[in-house]
Design a protein around this ligand. Sequence first.
Ligand code: AMP
Length: 284
Amino acid sequence: MIIARTIGELQKHVAEALSKKMQIGFVPTMGALHKGHIALIERCVKENEFSVCSVFVNPAQFNNREDLKNYPRTEEADLKKLDLAKCNLVFIPTVNEMYPDKKLLEMDFGELERMMEGRFRPGHFKGVATVVYKLFSMVKPHRAYFGEKDFQQLMVIRQLVKQMNMPVEIIPCPTVREDDGVAMSSRNVRLTSDERKAAPVIYQSLLRALKDFKGGNETSEIRKAVKAMVEDEKLFTLEYFELARVDASEGSIALLDKNDSTENVRAFIAVNASAVRLIDNAAL
Ligand code: AMP
């Protein structure tokens, strides 16, 4: 596996692969890799001749300094996992390599970047879109793989690609979960052992909400029930819970306030534990 730490090295290998008419697949990550990430890499390796993974903790998408400082960094272990998964190249730039200039182009995704995650993490999606745009320009992938775990992010990326006419196919991949239903996340290691034991309630509350929604319950009742279920654990507070209608191929999300039809509905949740905030979502 090639390890590229500068944009120059990365571009040299990309140019070589393109000159051999290879199809390039790309998986952007922030490292601290787990089975959820590896599922994306394995699919990428299967579907492309040259697979690139980036490992970059992107400061532009953090609105909380502590979260950025405490974000797990496990480079050595990440490299082993990527090598094992037969990734061809890993790009590990420094912050200075990615952002040599202070002034950055700013994109705006309207309501999509202001609801849910965007509401509680202002500027988060501008930071995500900026880094993904820069990475796509460098890696020139034919296909790029994103997890449904971060569903709103996936919709922002769809909008980015559509609006900028980028020639890359965005491939959504299902959320990989632990046996007890907890969505895998690099941040799970920062849960206390009691919080980790209680964490299945997050996904369970989503499943219950979807069942109640399908059964015709009012969204306001469902919201109350989710809050009670999560906060009954005492270790968590609910940050938001939303039901929304999504158009996954268009990249749009519209929050629901009344029950009209149950088609293309997803439930979204964010929960605060003592030192970390967790998100999840599920489809009907
Ligand atoms: P991150 O390193 O958290 O920025 O995630 C990098 C990519 O992996 C994103 O496309 C995530 O949506 C995806 N991802 C993270 N966790 C999971 C998971 N449990 N299942 C599937 N994809 C995931």
